[in-house]
Design a protein around this ligand. Structure first.
Ligand code: GAL
Length: 743
């Protein structure tokens, strides 16, 4: 049986490289002790030099041999290392890997010795022109380090390399599971093996299939088909039913190896007239997600990755996400499976196609992405083009060929901004930035594709650089930013030939100096880098059944002089309520209804108030109350103070229990709010985070509020106990939150 150990703890790190580091007897005295996921360099929030993390570094780990490994094979599995890695054990080079977004395994067995072993990883985080996405410019940062998890895996010399469990006949009464089992036989003899596949629902056996096979020396693959599956629950967006698949290989009752994965029975297909999930048409409303965070870039643990999926699904009420522009954390994808968030995943790249050597790495990226992720029911499409690159017939013929050969169950797409480009994929995926506030919202798909008929088509980006907007920008800009998202989502949903619209983008992100606002941030998110919402987030967040959660977010700061020309009109209220009653100074002044005529494409159009006597410039300005009505009942209220004053420093943690592993982390948000609980977006006081116990801060201890609020992340130290955290600004002190840290 295999044994897998999390190998994140106890690494030694230095931000430089010397060949002498390879020697097993090298004294790594000056090295820092770190835990993976690790950023090779902690960065400021903005205005830094992106060259600061582009260097070669060394990670080193000493571990002891376990005699139970005798006769076994021992691998080290890296989930991702940016961007090139060389792995040495006891002074011997055992393997290398190009590409910072896909996993790789190194067989340590040839150099493993009894007693102490020294593993050294040379990590090259420079923008090497032989590795995608590098070679030209990129509008995002590829932060360095061993930034995803590491595992040590001990297996039998005959082991399961991978498993692809394919649900078949999904829409028929009796379904089928075809499981392809990839076996590696590292002995020099053929082995007769029983392969057993078990399908489990919540731990209990649903069905089982066994095949007896002969695995020749080397690599081989076998199919085990279980048919006649009845009463299987389908996986979909609202009911993401997941089944476990357990595969074992062995002979006569003795198990040599086992492999577990998780699947969902669903049929997902993009057609010329829409996206169909289990035969039903669903409009996909999504955003693009970059996997970056302030200070540590990509190096965030499972919990924080999973939280992003929750934010997209539950705060932004999306049903889809595009993993722009690379394969993202397995933890993020696991969570998408669990909560029902459709995923369009793509290979690393940005506009530039390199030489032959570069293309070879890109082919490997296609392979490694699909082989890692083919069991995720949430993934419905493989992006096999370099985002927004020019046509390259031979290159993309090959990426499509690889994808279809590896995974005949999913369609391919390839994101472009070109009209009439070489259509080698199954779905024409187009970044349509035509809307810039005027009448034109989206192009006609057939005009874009230049095909005779409509083809499967998705809008994979819009907005972004056309209207960068900061969370603390002027109100009119924040409203217009939100309205552009609304207009495009609305138009996409009304066009029967557009299956999906993914806005650019979910979260602001750090970028190179030649993009963004010069401070190394692209303010393109509907949320900021801390995942704190802008007004555009409220448009998305209001697209949910009010029975699940009533939403009422007037897109205003409710002040008389913030907008040009004074006042707050037209006042857009993002809401899923039937109507909104407005009270000024405690007196009801009107009831207003959603603009259903104008925005027929979105489930919950906003209320737009064009006329309302709200006040007189410099003379009169009232407290306001907005009351959301559903089925005649008052279900939610939002208040504004005419004269807001900072009243309280609020603190909120995403989690109050963490694991004492030295990498688990959670976000803590701080907001200065007024007397009725609204953020004060022009308050930029200094804030200091006070932390005690078994946790440390990710990022600075003293910083400034950004537009009235900010977040930090708290990471465990490895010790059990409690973390106490609070914030202190010039005027306020928050409550203290206690986070329990357990093994
Ligand atoms: C697109 C690109 C994205 C981002 C966006 C900004 O062209 O694909 O990565 O740069 O523009 O609007």
């Amino acid at each position: 049986m295999r044994e897998t150990f999390v190998f994140n703890q106890g690494w030694e790190y230095t931000p430089e490289w010397k060949d002498e580091f390879i020697a097993p007897d090298f004294q790594a005295d000056g090295f820092e002790r770190v835990t993976i996921p690790h950023a090779n360099k902690e960065l400021p929030y903005n205005y830094f030099n992106e060259k600061d993390y582009q260097f070669i570094s060394c990670y080193r780990k000493v571990f002891n041999y376990d005699p139970s490994w005798n006769g076994k094979k021992v691998f080290v599995d890296f989930d991702a290392v940016m961007a090139y890695a060389e792995v040495y054990l006891n002074g011997e080079l055992l393997g290398s890997h190009k590409g910072g977004y896909t996993p790789f395994s190194i067989d340590l067995t040839p150099a493993l010795t009894e007693g102490e072993n020294v593993l050294v990883v040379k990590v090259d985080s420079t923008e090497r022109p032989d590795i995608p996405p590098f070679g030209y410019v990129i509008d995002y940062l590829c932060y360095g380090g061993i930034y995803r998890d590491v595992y040590l895996r001990v297996v039998d010399p005959v082991y399961i390399q991978n498993v692809f469990a394919k649900p078949k006949k999904v829409l028929e009464q009796e379904k089928e599971l075809e499981t392809t089992v990839y076996i590696s036989n590292t002995t020099d003899k053929a082995q007769t093996l029983d392969i057993t596949v078990k399908l489990l629902w919540e731990g209990s056996l649903v069905a089982e299939g066994t095949e007896t096979v002969t695995a020749e020396s080397g690599k081989s693959q076998f199919d085990v088909v279980i048919s006649g599956l009845k009463d299987i629950l389908l996986w979909d967006i609202d009911n993401p039913n997941l089944y476990n698949v357990e595969v074992t290989i062995g002979e006569e009752g003795s198990v040599r190896d086992s492999f577990k994965t998780r699947i969902g029975f669903r049929e997902a297909v993009v057609k010329a007239d829409g996206f169909y999930l289990n035969g039903e048409k669903v409009m996909l409303r999504g955003l693009n997600r970059h996997q970056s965070f302030p200070y540590v870039g990509y190096a965030m643990p499972a919990r924080v990755q999973r939280k992003d999926a929750d934010i997209l699904k539950y705060e932004l009420c999306l049903n889809a996400v595009r993993t722009s522009h690379y394969p993202q954390s397995p933890h993020f994808l696991d969570r998408c499976d669990e909560i029902g968030l459709m995923v369009f995943e793509e290979i690393p790249g940005w506009q530039h196609i390199g030489d032959e050597e570069w293309k070879q790495v890109s082919y490997e990226d296609v392979r490694e992405m699909i082989e890692r992720d083919w069991n995720h029911p949430s993934i419905f499409l493989w992006g096999v083009r370099i985002n927004e690159s020019q046509d390259d017939h031979e290159f993309y013929k090959e990426t499509n060929r690889i994808a279809r050969e590896l995974d005949p169950t999913r369609q391919t797409g390839g994101v472009r901004y070109l009209e009439g480009s070489d259509f080698l994929e199954d779905v024409y995926t187009m970044n349509d930035f035509i809307h810039s506030g005027g009448e034109r919202i989206l192009r006609d798909p057939k005009f874009v594709t230049r095909t005779e008929d409509y083809v499967p088509y998705m809008v994979t980006e819009f907005n972004g650089h056309m209207y960068p907007t900061k969370r603390f920008d002027q109100e009119e800009r924040l409203v217009e930013h939100a309205m552009r998202h609304l207009r495009v989502q609305n138009a996409a949903a009304l066009d029967p030939h557009i299956s999906a619209a993914f806005g650019w983008c979910a979260f602001d992100y750090n970028t190179h100096y030649d993009f963004g606002s010069g401070d190394r941030i692209c303010y393109h998110g509907v949320m900021d880098m801390f995942r704190i919402p802008k007004m555009a987030a409220h448009f998305y967040g209001s697209q949910v059944d009010p029975k699940v959660k009533p939403v009422l977010e007037p897109a205003t700061l409710w002040t008389l002089g913030e907008r040009g020309g004074a006042g707050v009109l037209p006042l857009v209220i993002f809401t899923n309520c039937d109507s909104v009653k407005v009270k000024l100074h405690g007196k009801e002044v009107g009831e207003f209804y959603p603009a259903k005529e104008k925005y027929q494409g979105v489930p919950y159009p906003p209320v737009v108030i064009r006329e309302l006597k709200t006040g007189i410039w410099g003379v009169q300005w009232y407290d306001a109350e907005f009351i959301g009505i559903v089925d005649g009942e008052e279900v939610t209220v939002k208040k504004f103070a005419a004269a807001p004053v900072p009243t309280k420093l609020e603190i909120e943690a995403d989690d109050t229990t963490l694991i004492a592993d030295g990498s688990d982390a959670t976000r803590v948000v701080f907001k200065v709010v007024d007397q009725v609980g609204n953020i004060l977006p022009y308050l930029n006081e200094v804030i200091e985070f006070e932390i005690e116990g078994s946790g440390t801060l990710i990022g600075p201890k003293v910083t400034g509020l950004i537009g009235g609020c900010i977040a930090t992340w708290v990471r465990t130290t490895g010790e059990e106990g409690t973390i106490k955290i609070k914030g202190v600004t010039t005027r306020f002190e928050s409550e203290t939150i206690e986070i329990e840290v357990k093994k």
